[in-house]
Design a protein around this ligand. Structure first.
Ligand code: PLP
Length: 396
């Protein structure tokens, strides 16, 4: 008789986005004239930049000709894209080898798949609130999870507690959902802690492109010692609008060993067995992100989102609302005014201002009383939403 993985029974159903969709559609039906602005989704809205499109068009043409056609490619990615990435990291003083870079169809898959390398009896440390994928993928594997509290008092940037032992540590900076980003000094504390525990840090850098100063690392490898204890996950999704095109990368340093086993070799074995690579056309598009034109164009898009974030931040500041994010991140994480719960504020904002956001409670218990707004929307609509938000809060 076949037996199922009973750990799936431990997963809690996530009703967050279906609940939001339901409340919004009910409200819209009852108020057909309402002009609703959505600042809830975490998806980008600007199209792929011209350099990417041009590179993909060329790659499509190559696929149609006998002498430039590409069949199966290397599972871990084409050298042209890995070399482009090495250049990107070298720009920040990080020297990587081509074999340390693995191209994937996005950070989400790799964040889940990496767990193949670890035994189920590792203890996992996960911040709360959190991007739900870290929790669910570990529950599916039956691993014990310890939560570390991210709260207003630590600015939603918890630091290690030496009295707590962990084997696998998740860090996401800049963070989804809180938008908070660790400084170099703070991240160095995590690297030290991981070394002390002989733990591995799974570092999610999906939003690194939003960082715009030297004091906040864009890669964990900016911290001394990180190559001995950290795996980095990154993505073209938010950097270059690839959410629907699908491309990401994972760095597994050759110097990272556990119990004498090189995680890099294990990951290579895993990927060559279970993954057949990212389409050639997509990888050509991703490589174009690192050309001078590509860099200029994606910076224009990032600047557009940053401007949206600053408009929302300004509205919150002017009402005296506490928040994190918005500077190094497309997310703003605000404290609900007047002690309202996340869902109370959701309903109020929808009904009185016709603006949709995401209740923080959906990201973990410490998210209760907080609310996520995103800067990925249209600029004029974001300006309008910020104005409505300001008016609503001022009226309370
Ligand atoms: N990591 C975080 C923190 C995210 O917010 C997201 C997507 O929203 C991802 C990873 C997934 O990225 P990808 O589109 O590359 O799978």
């Amino acid at each position: 008789m076949a037996k199922i993985n009973e750990n799936y029974g431990k997963l809690t159903e996530s009703y967050l986005f279906s609940n939001i969709a339901h409340r919004v559609s009910t409200y819209q039906k009852e108020n057909p004239a309402a002009d609703i602005i959505r600042l809830g989704i975490g998806d980008v809205t600007l199209p792929l930049c011209p350099a990417v499109i041009e590179a993909m068009h060329q790659a499509v043409d190559e696929m149609g000709k006998q002498d430039t056609f590409h069949g199966y490619g290397p599972e871990q990615g084409y050298s042209f894209l890995k070399q482009a990435l090495l250049g990107y990291y070298a720009g920040r003083g990080i020297v990587l080898e081509e074999d340390e870079v693995f191209i994937s169809d996005g950070a989400k898959s790799d964040l889940g798949n990496i767990l193949d390398l670890f035994s189920p009896d590792n203890t996992v440390l996960i911040p709360d609130p959190v991007y739900p994928v870290y929790v669910d993928t570990n529950l599916m594997a039956g691993r014990a999870i310890r939560y570390i509290n991210a709260t207003e008092s630590n600015g939603f940037l918890p630091l290690p507690d030496p009295s707590v032992r962990a084997d696998i540590i998740y860090i996401c900076s800049p963070n989804n959902p809180t938008g908070a980003a660790y400084t170099k000094e703070q991240l160095a504390q995590w690297v030290q802690y991981a070394q002390d525990c002989q733990a591995v840090i799974l570092y999610d850098a999906a939003y690194e492109a939003f960082i715009c100063d030297e004091n906040h690392p864009r890669s964990i490898y900016e911290i001394d010692g990180a190559k001995n204890c950290a795996i980095e996950f990154c993505s073209f999704s938010k950097t270059a609008g690839f959410t629907g095109t699908r491309c990401g990368y994972t760095i597994v340093p050759l110097s990272l060993s556990i119990q004498g086993a090189k995680l890099n070799h294990m990951w290579l074995r895993r990927q060559t067995t279970k993954f057949n690579g990212v389409p050639y056309i997509v990888q050509r598009g991703a490589a174009a992100v690192f050309t001078p034109e590509g860099q200029t164009q994606i910076q224009e898009n990032l600047a557009y989102y940053r401007k949206n974030a600053s408009v929302i931040a300004e509205a919150l500041r002017s009402c005296g609302v506490w928040f994190t994010g918005g500077t190094y991140s497309p997310y703003l994480w605000m404290k609900c005014p007047n002690g309202l719960s996340s869902w109370e504020f959701f309903d109020l904002l929808l009904q009185k201002a016709n603006v949709v956001g995401t209740p923080g409670e959906g990201f973990g218990k410490n998210g209760e009383g907080f609310f996520r707004l995103t800067a990925f929307g249209d600029q004029q609509r974001t300006i309008e939403a910020a104005q409505r938000l300001k008016q609503l809060i001022a009226s309370l």
